[in-house]
Design a protein around this ligand. Structure first.
Ligand code: PLP
Length: 405
């Protein structure tokens, strides 16, 4: 999954270019920077690599989501439909612009269930935000149709699916806007960083200003810039962008390793008839950062997790159902709407109401799901050994459970 595994001289060289001039900021200092513009170069490379018209780098994937929402005009009074299975950053960003996260069920794609989205639409719904979890995609055709019919914004949280695609288009470039995270554990990293991608000029211009205190970036003199609206500082630094620039040039290499390792391990797991796999709406577009697999029941899944733990082979396997960060079940801070700054009482009540709904349909999927993250460093022998151990652990549990029936 993560680009940090293959840290190399290429990253060191790009960072060193910046260290040589000492100009660590992405804007201004035109003379002393001696033609080194890592952030601009990375934005151009993102547009070329993923096929979008505009890219605005940010300090993180979370700030990219916040920026995209602001640029799309999402705020007070608006509801944003988003899945019950995602990283906490997705709802954090919705809250940061004053809107209400309307969490809805996922299906066997591990992403937004289009039927659940339809049921959740109200006159206040402003946007649908699918999250392409664990390297693979939401059913985009269904979501695009819903958004068109109901005149809703489509914002893709593609933070976990860099390099994935849907019917030939890169994930994150299909909706009104999309975001990647370049944090340390993502498919390519800047250490910390993110990007807003869009084909809408208005969204790009607003994102550009918003991430830099509202600067309009029209003149050569930063100090003389006007501020047509209030912004924040969500800038990336040149040092971070330099790391990303080296990584994006290696992305094809990362993805091909990921696909190869994913294929080898998946073939081994597929030999067990009781195991099924996540539904992938466009299998050719899976970035293959994880294999997400199901057992027939929650009990069997819990027993397999326990067995893998006992055998010391659990690391790298995620049982999201019991995980604190990625699934609604453990988001007590959201369910109780615990914030450090007071929310408007109406917003607070709605946040709590949404987070405390019934998610039985999601539970039925997530309680049977294990995701195995794919390392870029594995040798074929290691994959063989890992696969055999996993298969044996599953077979052992299946045998024990059928005996006990
Ligand atoms: C990582 C991630 C983010 C946030 O990215 P950061 O760069 O860590 O702020 C947002 N959404 C999802 C689904 C993520 O996995």
């Amino acid at each position: 999954m993560p680009g940090y595994e293959l840290w190399s001289d290429k990253e060191r060289k790009e960072v060193n270019d910046v260290l040589e001039t000492g100009i660590l900021m992405r804007y201004g200092f035109d003379g002393p920077r001696k033609g080194i513009w890592k952030s601009k170069e990375l934005e151009t490379a993102i547009c070329e690599t993923f096929g979008c018209q505009y890219a605005q780098l940010t300090s993180s994937g979370t700030s990219a989501l916040t920026t995209a929402m602001s640029a799309l005009g999402i705020g007070y009074g608006d509801e944003v439909i988003t899945p019950s299975f995602t990283f906490v950053a997705s709802f954090e960003a919705v809250l940061s612009v004053g809107a209400i996260p309307v969490l809805v069920d996922i299906d066997d794609t591990l992403t937004l269930s289009p039927e659940a989205v339809l049921k959740a639409i109200t006159p206040k719904t402003k946007a649908v935000m699918p999250v392409h979890m664990c390297g693979s995609m939401a059913d985009m055709d269904a979501l695009i149709t819903i958004c068109k019919e109901h005149n809703l914004i489509l914002l893709e949280d593609a933070c976990q699916s860099i390099g994935g695609s849907y019917k030939g288009k890169s994930l994150g470039t299909i909706g009104d806007a999309g975001t990647f995270s370049f944090d340390f554990v993502k498919t390519m990293t800047c250490a910390e960083g993110g990007v807003v991608m869009t084909n809408r000029e208005d969204v790009y211009i607003k994102s550009d200003g918003y991430t830099d205190h509202g600067h309009d970036h029209k003149g050569a003199d930063r100090g003389a810039d006007l501020h047509p609206f209030i912004g924040y500082n969500y800038r990336i630094s040149e040092l971070h962008a330099a790391v990303g620039l080296a990584q994006i040039k290696r992305l094809t290499e990362f993805l091909s390793l990921q696909k190869k390792n994913h294929g080898l391990l998946k073939d081994m797991l597929a030999k067990i008839p009781e195991i099924s796999f996540r539904r992938v709406p466009d299998p050719a577009g899976d970035s293959c950062s994880f294999i997400s697999w199901f057992l027939p029941t929650a009990e069997l899944t819990k027993a397999v997790v326990a067995e893998m733990k006992a055998q010391g082979i659990l690391p790298g396997n995620f049982y999201w159902f019991d995980n604190n960060w990625h699934y609604i079940r453990k988001w007590d801070h959201l369910k109780n709407s615990i914030t450090l700054n007071a929310l408007h009482p109406e917003v607070k009540a709605q946040v709590m109401q949404q987070a405390n709904k019934d998610f039985a349909a999601s539970d039925a999927v997530m309680s049977r799901c294990i995701s195995t993250s794919i390392s870029l460093l594995w040798t074929e022998e290691q994959i063989q050994e890992k696969g055999e151990k996993m298969v044996n652990a599953v077979r052992k549990v299946l045998a024990e459970q059928s005996v006990s029936l």
